[in-house]
Write a protein that binds this ligand. Structure first.
Ligand SMILES: [Zn+2]
Ligand SMILES: [Zn+2]
Length: 264
């Protein structure tokens, strides 16, 4: 036997039990007394079926909204926003304001020269959405950056420094140090990474991180000294980077399609 459900006349409230899908001409679909009174066929309705169709309608709306989001899913927009973010924030810290702070510390060396313009030059980047799509967690978007060559560059003649995206604090300090102390010439050869350079860098790092830096490991001036300094300020720098990243985390763009899907 077919399952019976309640059908009700909305006008008089009288009802009866009938199958959920009565034939079109089944007399139980209609309230005959009310039909006779009004001269038009008055249909009975089934509240259970109505609820079910309301639910279906909501589901259908959600489905349409989700499909629309998927169309609006624009990795291009996110990636452009991400690039813009990287021109301002390195690994979460604000490049310009930190550069100003460092430049001020270099004042005894540059004697108040204007701060160089900082240009960010983009690495080859790849965005990988696979994991984020599965988990719905926008933090799962992986951004691969491929740095090539040096991480920074100082241009004396145009008063510019160029940095790769996600530059480190020490790269910024290193390039600003070049601009502050310039180069020296010895036997017609340019000396940029010499004692003058590293003593200035050491001094600024000591004042910036309020820490004594030892040069007892230094045997020769050159890139090795960067690592000697870096090693000693590493705990302070990484604690600061972590704290800055936390403070600025809302500045980081989130792939919009993933947020929308979470809200739905
Ligand atoms: Zn009726
Ligand atoms: Zn250098």
């Amino acid at each position: 036997m077919v399952k019976q459900i309640r059908w009700k006349c909305e006008q008089c409230g009288n009802g009866l039990l009938a199958p959920s899908r009565p034939r079109k001409n089944d007399v139980r679909r209609y309230c005959l007394p009310c039909s006779a009174k009004s001269g038009k066929l008055v249909e009975r309705i089934a509240p259970a079926l109505q609820k079910k169709s309301e639910r279906k309608q909501i589901q259908r709306k959600q489905l349409v909204a989700k499909r629309r989001e998927r169309i609006a899913l624009s990795p291009k927009t996110y990636e452009n926003n991400y690039r813009k973010y990287l021109t301002k924030y390195s690994n979460g810290w604000h490049i310009q304001s930190e550069a100003e702070k460092i430049w001020k510390l270099f004042e005894p060396y540059h004697n108040g020269k204007p701060m160089p313009t900082i240009k960010i030059w983009f690495n080859k980047m790849e965005f990988d959405y696979t994991e984020a799509k599965q988990s719905g967690d926008p933090n799962d978007v992986k951004v691969w950056k491929y740095p090539r060559g040096s991480l920074g560059h100082a241009e004396y003649w145009s008063n510019e420094i160029m940095l790769k995206t996600s530059c480190s604090w020490k790269t910024l300090a290193h390039e600003l140090c070049h601009m502050a102390v310039r180069s020296r010439y010895k036997d017609g050869r340019r000396k940029a990474h010499d004692e003058v350079f590293y003593k200035a860098l050491k001094d600024v790092c000591e004042r910036r991180w309020k820490k004594h830096i030892s040069f007892h490991e230094v045997t020769k001036y050159g890139y090795a000294v960067d690592r000697i300094i870096e090693k000693q300020i590493e705990p302070e720098v990484s604690a600061w980077v972590k704290q800055q990243a936390d403070k600025n985390k809302h500045k980081k763009p989130i792939p919009l399609h993933i947020i929308k899907r979470e809200e739905a």
